[in-house]
Design a protein around this ligand. Structure first.
Ligand SMILES: NC(=O)C1=CN([C@@H]2O[C@H](COP(=O)(O)OP(=O)(O)OC[C@H]3O[C@@H](n4cnc5c(N)ncnc54)[C@H](OP(=O)(O)O)[C@@H]3O)[C@@H](O)[C@H]2O)C=CC1
Ligand SMILES: O=C(O)[C@@H]1CCC=N1
Length: 273
């Protein structure tokens, strides 16, 4: 791929940029970014990563194989008006990372047949560990899906799904890192409360998270079986898990995911014309 253009230069764009550069898939200067107004932010990204930055729409979009929409959903309409006036070339693929927003909304601003692909990555793209789901808009065929999937595979894993699954995907793997960071915050605070040195507690917890993720990946056992293997009758784990059960933590986690999926749906509905 010769060139990627980002419209929006915030946290998600930076995670992807950092990952793409680390993966050495294309030279940094072939990644182009623009944003709404924050010039200092563009300069910062240019200095930090060597990416190209511009305020010229023509320069941004010329020969870009993929155009990544990476602004907040509330700014999607403005960005689509910007693209509408740009007269894209037929093969240029518009990729949206926007939570909630349907491809059908984006397609209304583009010439018929312009391929649009909706993706939901997460910020672990920064370290090439993103979990991304990829869904086709009406004009995106297998070539576009393959190309976009392989782009996101350079920063982690990518799975193709139907667009109707995207609210659920957003609630699980888009927002998911935040739930796990929240859990980490709670565990770090607790480790200090039970008397551990903060640094040592943190190191133990990070390795514990890594070990759990690898066990889930490499073992044939379910999470419930792996948990059972740790839980001796009358032991420490049983004492701890008993409190989680009493306090309804499983139900709270499920309610959290439902709330995120509902919010993604609502965000989509707000952009249905
Ligand atoms: N953060 C995450 O974990 C994830 C986010 N997403 C999605 O990624 C998208 C971006 O989120 P995030 O990076 O956190 O947001 P940020 O607020 O960090 O960044 C938004 C960027 O969009 C720019 N922008 C706003 N309006 C326009 C416009 N009209 N034209 C061009 N650029 C514009 C802003 O520019 P300026 O600063 O100049 O205003 C800014 O660079 C969201 O839609 C979100 O749903 C998806 C997966 C995970
Ligand atoms: O909170 C949000 O809306 C975005 C989408 C997934 C992660 N962050």
């Amino acid at each position: 791929m010769k060139k990627i253009a980002f419209i929006g230069a915030g946290a998600m764009a930076e995670a992807l940029v950092k990952g793409l550069i680390a993966a050495e898939q294309l030279p940094a200067e072939a990644i182009w970014l623009t944003n709404h107004a924050n010039e200092a932010r563009l300069q910062e990204l240019h200095s930090e990563y060597g990416v190209s930055i511009t305020r010229s729409r023509t320069e941004l979009l010329r020969d870009a194989a993929v155009i990544i929409l990476s602004m907040k959903p509330k700014d999607a309409e403005a960005a689509m008006l910007y693209l509408k006036e740009a007269k894209l070339k037929p093969g240029q693929i518009v990729v949206s990372v926007l939570a909630g927003i349907h491809t059908s909304f984006l397609e209304k601003y583009l010439p018929e047949g312009q391929p649009v692909v909706r993706v939901m990555p997460n910020t672990s793209a920064t370290i090439l560990e993103a979990a991304t789901a990829v869904a086709a808009g009406v004009a995106a065929g297998s070539y576009e899906m393959r190309l976009v999937s392989s782009l996101f595979e350079t920063v982690g894993t990518a799975v193709q799904v139907e667009e109707e699954a995207m609210d659920a995907v957003t609630a699980i793997s888009g927002s998911g890192p935040a739930y796990l960071y929240y859990m980490m915050e709670a565990l770090e605070e607790a480790s200090i409360q039970v008397g551990l040195d903060a640094f040592i507690g943190k190191q133990l917890l990070i390795q514990t998270f890594k070990g759990v993720a690898k066990m889930l990946e490499q073992s044939d056992l379910t999470p419930a079986q792996l948990r059972a293997n740790i839980t001796s009758a009358g032991g420490t784990t049983a004492a701890g898990i008993g409190v989680l059960e009493e306090q309804g933590v499983k139900a709270a986690v499920q309610a959290c995911v439902h709330a995120a999926a509902t919010r993604s749906k609502e965000m989509g509905q707000a952009f249905t014309k």
